[in-house]
Design a protein around this ligand. Structure first.
Ligand code: ASP
Length: 341
């Protein structure tokens, strides 16, 4: 372990500019739970606790994904490598039915994947409606690094992946096929959204150098219309990183997240001085305000700022995030606005 990593928290000093108030929050909760707050008065030197490295990711599958990310972060690796390697674990987990291999298919039985990645220099890459490739996040990274584009979709994305050496794989496992066939019997071929038929992995990391990166990858809404693309591959919707400020990612009903430019809004709210927690709460409330029908409209946001402070919030109860830093390896329940009926 490096010296840097032995120091669990690194304190940086900055000079306060007259009237500037800075806040850092380390609890993923609204209200009065654990907060690290510092308010600078004029010409007072201000110490801000910086937690790094740190990785946060969505849902229970985030715990295993964080382990892979932590291997990299705790050895002074980059946030970009950490988030890519982290979410690959979930993509390759055949038992996980909402991401990558084993993901539930669209209503015609095709597993179609969406993913994006973004680094501390605002480089980004994405793939949408990609089939037959187990690790779309790594294809997204290739789009970012090896092309002048940000997003490739469908057949073009698949051809690009194959050209880059990715192997074609049948992503529809027996378990997912059986679930789809049961759905076909009951659904009358109508795509539906419910709280159980989706769950993206979104991951945000701050590395030992103080750089942020994020990744987001999903098989999207189960039994969706063929060709449907959600928020997860869309930079600014499913994921956004601005290294000057912070990073955010989303999970839940992608249409609502796209409609409100969710992750970009969370980052912009942090830029305006909101804590990561406050920014997630405001983005969730904006989604609530913009939608008349909230039934089954679950959305959750995670945010991580430059100081390693994080927040998370959701429309409905049940959202949780996985956290890993030098002190913790744990799940954190998000605060929420509504109870399920
Ligand atoms: N946001 C994803 C989508 O709409 C699904 C999820 O995160 O639950 O495709």
């Amino acid at each position: 372990m490096t010296d840097r990593n032995k120091n669990r928290r690194e304190f940086i000093k900055i000079s306060a500019i007259g009237g500037l108030a800075l806040m850092s929050q380390t609890a993923c909760a609204s209200g009065d739970e654990e907060k690290n707050q510092s308010v600078a008065s004029e010409s007072t030197p201000l110490s801000i606790a910086v937690t790094k490295p740190i990785v946060v990711s969505t849902w229970n599958h985030g715990l295993d994904a964080n382990k892979a990310a932590w291997e990299i972060l705790s050895n002074d690796g980059s946030a970009l490598d950490a988030v890519e390697q982290g979410v690959r674990v979930t993509e390759s987990d055949a038992d996980n039915m909402s991401v990558g291999l084993g993901g539930l298919p669209d209503r015609d039985g095709n597993v179609t994947l969406d993913a994006c990645i973004m680094d501390h220099e605002s480089n980004c890459g994405a793939v949408a409606f990609l089939q037959e490739i187990e690790n779309p996040i790594s294809v997204a990274r290739k789009v970012m690094e090896d092309t002048p584009h940000v997003m490739l979709a469908g057949e073009g994305a698949l051809a690009f992946a194959v050209e880059k050496g990715f192997k074609k794989t049948n992503l529809l496992t027996d378990k997912a096929k059986e679930a789809w066939q049961n759905w076909l019997n009951e659904s009358e071929y109508e795509p539906v959204i419910n709280s159980e038929n989706h769950d993206t992995i979104g991951m945000l990391a701050l590395d030992a150098e103080g750089n942020l990166a994020g990744a987001c990858t999903t098989s999207g809404m189960a039994y969706k219309l063929h060709g449907r693309v959600g928020d997860s591959p869309i930079i600014g919707a499913g994921l956004f990183v601005d290294n000057e400020v912070g990073a955010a990612c989303a999970t839940g009903v992608g249409e609502a997240v796209i409609r409100t430019a969710g992750s970009a809004i969370v980052v912009e709210l942090m830029r305006q001085g909101k804590s990561p927690q406050e920014a997630c709460e405001e983005a969730v409330n904006r989604i609530i305000a913009k939608h008349k029908d909230l039934s089954n409209l679950q959305v959750g946001f995670i945010a991580l700022d430059k100081n390693g402070a994080y927040g998370c919030h959701s429309v409905y109860a049940g959202f949780n995030i996985a956290l890993r830093d030098n002190n913790n390896e744990t799940m954190v329940d998000a605060q929420y606005e509504k109870e399920w009926d």
